[in-house]
Design a protein around this ligand. Structure first.
Ligand code: NAD
Length: 267
């Protein structure tokens, strides 16, 4: 059977993981490579990107790494140039970078607000700005942006900068999808629900009362299925949206949340 992404050129931005185990971006990069893609793993943390690269190469896949901080425009331009140097094109762009800072307007400083919006939201605009001309020239492309269910719902604690940045990604993606549909470029969002990935541990434990074990238990209880999803749930949904299996799917927000968003109360 033909692999889903045979020889597709994929750039995963935020392809490392902030801790041991599987983050969403790391799992997506490995999933793409397993389906035959040639992957550029971009991360601010080059060691984290190299860890992803080592996993892909150990399975016989193709992966090059690029160090870039997506809060910096010059890094974004350089990373797109590096990807073009390695691959000569970009068929799939996967925007995974996101930082989590909890708190409402009174608890969030102006600097934190601007940092979250810059890293989570403005970076997606800037990366698309520099990748879209390439996809337009190719006459094809697929963009997968990682938002969050927090863009739609109160998830149990104040999270104003993060939710704002993630809601903007949904609106931005829809607008992009409409503008570029006739160019053969699709753009979709994934909204992960409560996932058990390394990124939740440090920033969210305090929001759940300070105890990491209790945080995991409480988040599991908040999920209708009784357990959090993991990075592979997001990676598998990404694979679908990135591939030709989704050739007629654009502008959607795919909730990967085990039914979390169906509930009015989160307990
Ligand atoms: P992660 O933190 O493990 O990995 C993200 C990677 O991005 C890290 O390797 C980090 O070094 C990199 N990064 C951070 N800031 C960067 C910057 N300025 N420039 C370049 N790279 C940078 O997280 P993950 O598990 O891969 O997933 C993160 C995405 O999933 C985020 O967009 C997050 O909002 C979203 N999400 C997660 C959950 C969850 O419960 N885990 C839920 C909803 C949405």
């Amino acid at each position: 059977m033909k692999a889903l992404l045979n020889d597709r050129r994929v750039m995963v931005v935020g392809a490392g993981s902030c801790g041991e185990g599987w983050g969403n971006g790391k799992a997506a990069a490995v999933a793409y490579a397993r389906e035959g893609a040639r992957v550029i793993a971009v991360d601010r943390d080059l060691e984290a990107a190299r860890a992803t690269q080592a996993l892909i190469q150990a399975e016989g896949g193709f992966c090059e790494t690029v160090a870039a901080d997506v809060s910096r425009t010059d890094d974004i331009i350089a990373m797109v140039e590096a990807a073009m140097g390695h691959l000569g094109g970009i068929d799939v762009l996967h925007n995974n970078v996101g930082i989590a800072i909890t708190g409402g307007p009174e608890e969030t400083s102006e600097e934190e607000w601007e940092r979250v919006l810059r890293i989570n939201q403005t970076s997606v605009f800037l990366i698309c700005k520099h990748v879209l001309p390439i996809m337009r020239r190719q006459g094809a492309g697929s963009i997968v942006n990682i938002s969050s269910i927090a863009a739609l719902r109160w998830i149990g604690f104040a999270y104003s900068a993060y939710t704002t940045s993630k809601a903007a990604i949904v609106a931005f993606t829809e607008n992009l999808a409409a503008q570029y549909a006739a160019d053969g470029i699709r753009a979709n969002c994934i909204l992960p629900g409560l996932m058990n990935t390394p990124m939740i541990h440090a920033p969210l434990t305090a929001a759940y009362g300070g105890d990491a074990e209790a945080m995991i238990e409480k988040r599991n209880r908040q999920c209708p299925m009784g357990f959090m999803g993991d990075a592979w749930d997001v990676a598998n949904a990404s694979l679908f949206l990135a591939s030709d299996m989704a050739r007629y799917v654009t502008g959607v927000s795919l909730n990967v949340d085990g039914g979390f968003s169906l509930r009015a109360a989160v307990g």
